[in-house]
Unconditional design. Structure first.
Length: 288
């Protein structure tokens, strides 16, 4: 069995620039990987089947699974005459805005590249991944990056200043399509992406905190007021800055010290079932 780590991401910024004729939105967003990860196991099969086993009952075990779609795409593109059993040890909350499914798909593509000895570069794998979902190319590389286009154009940047990240996911799941669909482009309050880039490149933690921003947050909060109340709680318990990740509903808080991190996690446990304290993984070379 070949095991591949599939880490979650958070969005430090998420801006929407325009709506495209193909129905997607032109985005500009800074993402970074955190050390909360699924583990994807790949085992070759002599038949042609792609079989999914997952530790979660809430993840589909058929062609709707993004890991299944990744394996099918790779098999069809390169004419592979064998199958694969894929085991997903699910640790990342589902439909959370943390790119769990996209990361499983990216890990599957990277693992099958080895298992099937395809010798593809990361760039080639990322290009394949874009056919599965907008977040998959970023997940193929991981680390810290600014993504543009519909999310598939990736430019790597340095690691953010070191801190703790508290993640809290309300029990609701969110449909990404519904959130983008609810966005009113004319009323967007754009985050300052350049200021966030500068904060990261100079290692300025306070500036990173004050420049967090996500234009989808207001849309998801309107649909799910729980998101606003978790943000409030997290601030009240002492986070330095709080934001919703991706299309939500997971809220993350940045915290500079460990004692306060523990206090926030313990405080939130009363309000929220899924709470985690994690670190940013920063640069790509620290991922494995
Ligand atoms: C919210 C984010 O997670 C932020 O990283 C991503 O933008 C969404 O990435 P994803 O879940 O991989 O999205 P996809 O599976 O490609 O698209 C799901 C749906 O979201 C909407 N969508 C997605 C990406 C984008 N740039 N514009 C969009 O309008 C579309 O309605 C699309 O049908
Ligand atoms: N391997 C997978 N893991 C989790 N969900 C999956 C997977 N494959 C397909 N799905 C489906 O995708 C939906 C979205 O789940 P996912 O956890 O990827 O959302 P997300 O974290 O919001 O992703 P993103 O941030 O990329 O929008 C789920 O409702 C689930 O039915």
């Amino acid at each position: 069995m070949l095991y591949v780590k599939a880490p979650a991401k958070i969005n430090l910024t998420l801006d929407v620039l325009s709506k495209r004729p193909d129905g997607y939105h032109e985005v500009e967003m800074i993402m970074t990987t955190v050390d909360l990860a699924d583990r994807v196991g790949l085992e070759p099969r002599t038949d042609q089947e792609i079989i999914i086993h997952s530790t979660s009952n809430f993840v589909p075990d058929d062609q709707r699974n993004l890991a299944y779609q990744a394996a099918k795409l790779m098999k069809d593109t390169y004419g592979i005459e064998e199958g694969v059993s894929i085991t997903i040890d699910k640790q990342i909350p589902i439909a959370a805005g943390l790119a769990g499914g996209s990361s499983d798909a990216a890990a599957t593509l990277k693992g099958l590249n080895e298992l099937w000895k395809l010798h593809l570069s990361l760039d080639q794998i990322a290009e394949l991944g874009a056919q599965i979902g907008s977040d998959v190319p970023y997940c193929v590389y991981g680390g810290t990056a600014i993504a543009r286009g519909r999310g598939e154009k990736i430019e790597h940047i340095g690691a953010p200043p070191n801190c703790w990240v508290v993640l809290a996911k309300p029990t609701i799941g969110v449909s990404t399509a519904a959130v983008y669909g609810g966005l009113n482009i004319d009323q967007i309050k754009h985050p300052n992406t350049q200021a966030m880039m500068d904060a990261i490149s100079t290692g300025d933690y306070a500036a990173m905190c004050s420049n967090l921003g996500n234009v989808l947050e207001a849309v998801t909060m309107e649909l799910h007021p729980e998101v606003a109340s978790i943000k409030e709680q997290m601030k009240r318990f002492g986070a330095d800055a709080v934001l919703m990740s991706g299309s939500g509903p997971t809220v993350f808080g940045l915290v500079s010290n460990e004692v306060r991190t523990t206090r926030i996690v313990n405080g939130l446990r009363g309000f929220c079932d899924e709470v985690y304290a994690v670190r940013m993984l920063g640069e790509r070379e620290f991922l494995d």
